[in-house]
Design a binder for this molecule. Structure first.
Ligand SMILES: *[C@@H]1O[C@H](CO)[C@@H](O)[C@H](O)[C@H]1NC(C)=O
Ligand SMILES: *[C@@H]1O[C@H](CO)[C@@H](O)[C@H](O)[C@H]1NC(C)=O
Ligand SMILES: *[C@@H]1O[C@H](CO)[C@@H](O)[C@H](O)[C@H]1NC(C)=O
Ligand SMILES: *[C@@H]1O[C@H](CO)[C@@H](O)[C@H](O)[C@H]1NC(C)=O
Ligand SMILES: *[C@@H]1O[C@H](CO)[C@@H](O)[C@H](O)[C@H]1NC(C)=O
Ligand SMILES: *[C@@H]1O[C@H](CO)[C@@H](O)[C@H](O)[C@H]1NC(C)=O
Ligand SMILES: *[C@@H]1O[C@H](CO)[C@@H](O)[C@H](O)[C@H]1NC(C)=O
Ligand SMILES: *[C@@H]1O[C@H](CO)[C@@H](O)[C@H](O)[C@H]1NC(C)=O
Length: 423
């Protein structure tokens, strides 16, 4: 277990940077940085272009297919159990009903929910399918993983916030300055003195989770976008501390840890697909969020929330996280794989989506990728278009300034269970 932290491939292609020459992963990281810089440059240049993407889309895209509002509420109604809204602060929770005061609050919030359009969150699935054999990991997922141990109920477990830049070794300052961070959680048992790392990341690296493969033998774009939790013994102190964070955030009982472990198992079985982007109407506070991401930091945030629900008391420290935003006007629903790319699908639309993804191929060499960046800017910034794949459905995003942004903002640690504060 000695090599735990390092042996794990790490999220966002962290491992790629560590290993020698991994052109497959490198481009993505450059891409994030460059896209961001380009967005900034475009901002400076300003002058919104009204040109349209040559094939389809834009204003005339899929007339009559309905916009996100109608479709989304339809989605929510039709599949209530599949749509899961973890990050939505407006989602009523059981704890609210316990205290009369917060019960009233919950009624108010329900009313607000009606007014505010719901954010689309990743769907929950009933089980995790085997990845398609076409998807081959360059670096094995979770090579030193182990089952989560059962702790003695009266053990005292320290919980650590772990964060480190994804750039490591190769791209040093560039991504460091952009604060592209990977998040994980550490645990240390007082009784056994053993410590553990828990993280959630892509099975086939970020590029594969963000953009599909265009396979000649298949009409539809093909995705290798699973993500999962990895638990292993050991905390690589140097890795986290040197350019990142290793800090105690809470102390919990073995009992709480065991309950959390049960939840992790279930979370891991039902939340399967990585989502890189958070899509919002604008960078302003309170702007509408169209789509939530589902990545390593979301897992850490979910786990903290669960621990708080189970009774953990978190320290008051500032905790910032990396988020990758797309800014867009109201998204338009296009259809699922079958309805867009199947025999009855709109061929023009299918072609437009494939053309859009072409320059984003997840396995280009660095050089090819840099060349295709021009095409990416063309699509995203000049033509203001983005085709998003979310919950196995395609959406059109009419992109808005500032198009793409990487932020490193605070998301506070959770408060202790509200139920307890009423007793
Ligand atoms: C097919 O898609 C194109 C572009 O997305 C659109 O302009 C056209 O109206 C669509 N055709 C039909 C029959 O929906
Ligand atoms: C904390 O709140 C959740 C719901 O919000 C509730 O199910 C749980 O029983 C509470 N836990 C404790 C220890 O009070
Ligand atoms: C992305 O997926 C392709 C297809 O399975 C695979 O060949 C490639 O190695 C993957 N990339 C990484 C970095 O794992
Ligand atoms: C989560 O699921 C993946 C894929 O099935 C598996 O490899 C991993 O061990 C699981 N993680 C945990 C913590 O159970
Ligand atoms: C985890 O355990 C290793 C090996 O015993 C030790 O070197 C390291 O300092 C521990 N880290 C934490 C955060 O407890
Ligand atoms: C921390 O960053 C420096 C340079 O920016 C790099 O040389 C070093 O390897 C990094 N440390 C770790 C543990 O990744
Ligand atoms: C795709 O959409 C069509 C029509 O909207 C629907 O009938 C079908 O069940 C959907 N397929 C999947 C796999 O969701
Ligand atoms: C952390 O987030 C806060 C608020 O979002 C921000 O003011 C602060 O500058 C961030 N810290 C760093 C190191 O970026």
């Amino acid at each position: 277990m000695a090599q735990a932290g390092r042996a794990s491939p790490g999220a966002w292609g962290r491992r790629c940077a560590g290993g020698d020459a991994a052109p497959v992963c490198a481009p993505w990281r450059w891409a994030s940085a460059l896209l961001w810089l380009a967005a900034a440059a475009a901002a400076a240049a300003s002058g919104p272009s009204r040109r349209q993407w040559p094939v389809g889309a834009g204003r005339g895209l899929c007339p009559g297919r309905g916009v996100v509002r109608g479709r989304r509420s339809a989605t929510l109604r039709a599949r209530p159990l599949e749509v899961w809204r973890p990050g939505n602060p407006l989602a009523p929770s059981v704890g609210d009903l316990v205290c009369p005061l917060s019960s009233a609050w919950s009624v108010i919030r329900r009313i607000v929910v009606v007014w505010k359009r719901p954010t689309l969150s990743p769907r929950r699935f009933s089980f995790r399918p085997e990845p398609d054999p076409y998807c081959q990991a360059k670096y094995t997922f979770c090579p030193t993983g182990s089952p989560i141990p059962v702790m003695k109920d009266d053990d005292v477990i320290e919980v650590f916030r772990l964060q480190a830049p994804v750039w490591e070794f190769k791209y040093g300052d560039l991504l460091g300055h952009l604060k592209i961070m990977h998040d994980a959680i550490g645990f240390r048992s007082t009784l056994t003195e053993k410590n553990y790392t828990m993280e959630w990341y892509e099975l086939f690296q970020l590029g594969n989770c963000t953009f599909p493969h265009l396979r000649p033998e298949m009409n539809a774009p093909f995705w290798c976008n699973q993500g999962a939790a990895c638990f292993f013994e050991g905390i690589d102190d140097i890795h986290w501390k040197e350019n990142g964070t290793l800090v105690l955030v809470a102390t919990i009982s073995g009992d709480i840890f065991n309950k959390m472990a049960k939840w992790v198992k279930q979370d891991n079985e039902t939340g399967i697909y990585y989502e890189t982007w958070t899509v919002q109407a604008s960078p302003e506070k309170g702007a509408e969020t169209w789509f939530e991401s589902y990545d390593c930091s979301k897992f850490v945030l979910r786990t903290y929330k669960k621990l708080a629900e189970l009774g953990a008391d978190f320290k008051k420290i500032q905790t910032n996280y990396t988020r990758i935003f797309l800014y867009s006007g109201e998204p338009t629903y296009l259809g699922n794989e079958t309805s867009v790319f199947g025999p009855t699908g709109n061929k023009t639309l299918a072609l437009a989506i494939k053309r859009f993804y072409y320059p984003f191929k997840p396995h280009l060499s660095t050089k090819e990728f840099l060349l295709s960046l021009l095409e990416i800017f063309d699509a995203v910034i000049i033509h203001r278009q983005f085709y998003l794949f979310y919950n196995f459905e395609y959406w059109f995003l009419p992109m808005k300034f500032p198009f793409i942004k990487i932020t490193y903002e605070e998301i506070p640690l959770p408060n202790r269970n509200r139920t307890l504060s009423c007793l």
